[in-house]
Design a protein around this ligand. Structure first.
Ligand SMILES: O=C[C@H](O)[C@H](O)[C@H](O)COP(=O)(O)O
Length: 232
């Protein structure tokens, strides 16, 4: 069984939580794409749901799958967001943003009554940080923002290289929101909740990939089967 099979299994389990009439947040990434595709099959079979996509890529996938879409300007709350993660720790805190969608993902997840994270077992970690932490920034004053981010790392006892994410043709990667991303190769994040707070206070930081206190449930698919972990 390869990793894509595991991702699809996790997505299928999350789909069991979806009922007609639900307003859904549709995540971004390869695991969330399995959920969107499986949801599309159910929609074509008569399931009546509406979704808010967390990226332009997911919008295109959802439209291709025939899922009705709306925005958070049209509806105020979502019943459930289903999304992937780059890392999930034992407290269900997350690193997200490996695909650059963290800002819209966090806005949508925060507007949802529940967030189910779907992942293959490789995403489950004891301590966040081995995956580089994405930090979404604006280009203006970037050197000052980088210095402030590095100071925040020091304050939580973390350290590592901060790298501007490359896009196409040698330009910086640009998010759906028109911002840039710096990835922090920290290795370990000793106090993720405190780092999240410190990063959020930096003027040039638009958002960061630490999702603290947001995920309700994680569905992990592994070679031994599927495990569901609820936030304590
Ligand atoms: O920006 C991308 C999102 O945060 C994804 O949910 C995350 O990177 C996980 O993606 P994948 O399911 O492809 O590992």
């Amino acid at each position: 069984m390869d990793k894509e099979d595991l991702k699809r299994q996790a997505a299928a389990r999350a789909l069991e939580e979806v009922r007609s009439g639900m307003k859904l947040g549709l995540g971004t990434g390869s695991t969330a794409r399995h959920f969107v595709e499986l949801l599309g099959e159910k929609v074509r079979g008569g399931l009546d749901v509406i979704g808010v996509p967390t990226s332009e890529v997911t919008r295109a996938d959802a439209e291709r799958c025939g899922i009705r879409l709306t925005t958070l300007d049209e509806i105020d709350r979502l019943d459930l967001t289903v999304d992937g993660a780059d890392e999930v720790d034992t407290r269900l805190e997350l690193i997200k943003g490996g695909g650059g969608a963290l800002l819209r993902e966090k806005i949508v997840a925060a507007a949802s009554d529940r967030m189910i994270v779907i992942a293959d077992e490789s995403k489950w970690v004891d301590c966040l940080g081995k995956f580089p932490l994405p930090v979404e920034v604006i280009p203006f004053g970037l050197a000052a923002t980088r210095r402030a981010i590095e100071k925040a790392f020091t304050q939580v006892g973390a350290a590592g290289q901060l790298k501007l994410r490359d896009g196409e043709a040698g330009h910086a990667f640009v998010t759906d929101g028109g911002h840039w991303i710096v990835d922090a190769h920290l290795g370990r994040i000793p106090d993720a909740p405190r780092l999240a707070k410190l990063l959020s206070e930096i003027p040039g930081v638009v958002e960061h990939g630490l999702f603290i206190g947001i995920a309700s449930t994680v569905v992990l698919a592994g070679t031994e089967g599927i495990r569901t972990v609820e936030r304590a």
